[in-house]
Write a protein that binds this ligand. Structure first.
Ligand code: 4AD
Ligand code: MG
Length: 459
């Protein structure tokens, strides 16, 4: 007999005879001649209750059916007498598949998030984490749906790369050289010509540059894959391994790029609101009381837009002690971003036209000569969720800028070629998948929305 998932059982319209449910015991409550099992199989948040009476032939042998154990229950699905559930299983046959003794850490009580992080292999069996990872799965599907339905092609860009897209130098090296006795050239430097790829290689920080090659051929593309950053930022919003979504659009300027980013965020949030109601209710009730309102707000209301220069003026005008001083020309820090979105605008806000000196080589230089056509989308509770830009499409300007950033015209010759042959204005952005998931679930720490998180000092 094939098992019926609990999500299907609970959605039944009629009583059903002789069904098989399989799952893990969440709790067991004993009476004299029967016991109740709360069974969960991960297919949805809710458990199904099974009533096991002495009519079950091996009743006496079911002592081992305790919290954490896996079981098979064959029985009839009947209308439940109990409150808060419509269906229960009247068990006819119960089989213990795998026992779990009292050392099973997820006994029915509240655990701290820190403790649960230490058992990341078991925490998906807790309600909250089951919900987070079901929503993670749906969000990933929503993202593909959005782009597929809007005419974008999915491109897989390399994970091992020799280019440093963001130029921030926080890349993980990929090598097969012997760390203890690496080969050296005559001048004493490491001899990468003897490395696996015969040159230095890294884990990618972004698929953007390769994405540009495909946008300037297929028109509209997106990447969605793992990216890696060796930045030593131990914050609740930074992971060393995270997933990024990077659309890249040909014949598109910064204004249109911002439209895409905002429409995209609204669309996927709406899709999650429509399809993950049960799991979202858990977040609304137990994780973040303001979440429901915030998500509807994002779907229904326009985002604010403000230039970097205006944003700096707003920040300079408030009477607030910043940890990092505000000054035109410096990066906005998380405290500044959060002030703008949470307190000043009280809505998501897109900041555009950043100083060119704090941005990577590929961004298009504006006519003022001081700023680039860059944009960041900031959301309440998190700050930056999207970073993007119009790319420099003018060959001469790009080459000049590469020189300034110390970027080799030889190594990046292929990238310049995209401007040499049929160059077009094009733009794109990167959205941090886990940041979006934090936003949608209200979960405050990025470590709790990643199945097995990698952060500085911890893998
Ligand atoms: O702003 P970033 O660095 O932009 C890029 O990498 C561009 N190449 C994207 C593009 O234009 N195609 O990163 C994009 C987003 C950020 O807005 C943030 O949401 C997320 O990626 N992000 C991180 N998420 C988790 N942990 C980290 N360490 C992150 N660094 C960036
Ligand atoms: Mg950024």
């Amino acid at each position: 007999m094939k098992r019926t998932e609990i999500v299907t059982l609970l959605a039944s319209e009629n009583e059903r005879e002789n069904i098989l449910a399989q799952g893990w015991v969440r709790t067991r409550r004993d009476s004299k001649d029967f016991f109740f099992l709360e069974l969960n199989d991960g297919s949805c948040l809710k458990n199904v209750q099974a009533v096991v009476t002495r009519d079950v032939s091996n009743f006496e042998e079911l002592k081992g059916v305790t919290t954490g154990a896996s079981v098979s229950v064959v029985g009839n699905l009947i209308a439940s007498q109990g409150k808060g559930q419509s269906w229960e299983i009247q068990a006819m046959e119960v089989t213990l598949i795998g026992a779990a003794d009292d050392s099973f850490p997820l006994q029915k009580k509240r655990h701290s998030m820190e403790f649960l992080r230490e058992i990341s292999h078991l925490r998906p069996r807790a309600n909250l984490f089951g919900a987070i990872f079901r929503v993670r799965s749906r969000l990933s599907f929503s993202i593909h749906r959005f782009f597929q339905e809007h005419g974008f092609f999915y491109v897989n860009t390399p994970i091992i790369t020799s280019s440093d897209c963001e130029g921030a130098g926080d890349m993980f090296k990929v090598t097969t050289l012997d760390m203890h006795e690496p080969p050296r050239s005559e001048d004493g430097f490491l001899d990468f010509s003897r490395d696996f790829f015969a040159q230095p290689t890294y884990l990618t920080v972004s698929g953007q540059l390769e994405g540009e090659a495909f946008a300037t051929s297929l028109g509209k593309i997106y990447t969605f894959g793992p990216t890696f950053r060796a930045e030593d930022s131990n914050t609740s919003r930074h992971a060393s391994e995270f997933w990024m979504v990077e659309p890249e659009i040909a014949f598109c300027d910064l204004q249109e790029d911002m439209d895409w980013a905002e429409d995209f965020v609204k669309w996927v949030v709406k899709d999650i609101l429509d399809t993950c109601k049960e799991d979202l209710a858990l977040f609304f009730n137990f994780v973040d009381k303001g979440l429901e309102e915030r998500l509807s707000f994002v779907v229904e209301r326009p985002f604010n837009r403000v230039s970097y220069t205006e944003a700096v003026d707003i920040l300079l005008a408030v009477d607030k002690k910043w940890e990092y001083p505000v000054e035109w020309g410096t990066n906005l820090q998380s405290e500044h971003e959060r002030y703008l979105t949470e307190e000043h605008f009280k809505s998501p806000v897109t900041v555009y036209d950043y100083p060119k000196d704090i941005k990577p080589f590929y961004m298009r230089i504006n006519d003022d000569g001081k700023t680039v056509a860059a944009m960041d989308v900031l959301v309440p509770g998190i700050g930056e969720i999207v970073g993007g830009s119009q790319r420099e499409e003018r060959l001469e300007v790009l080459l000049e800028n590469m020189k300034k950033h110390g970027i080799s015209e030889v190594d990046y010759g292929w990238y310049a070629d995209l401007r040499r042959y049929g160059s077009v204005p094009h733009s794109g952005f990167g959205l941090g998948f886990e940041r979006l998931l934090m936003f949608v679930t209200g979960v405050a720490n990025i470590r709790d929305v990643i199945p097995f998180a990698r952060t500085p000092g911890s893998a």
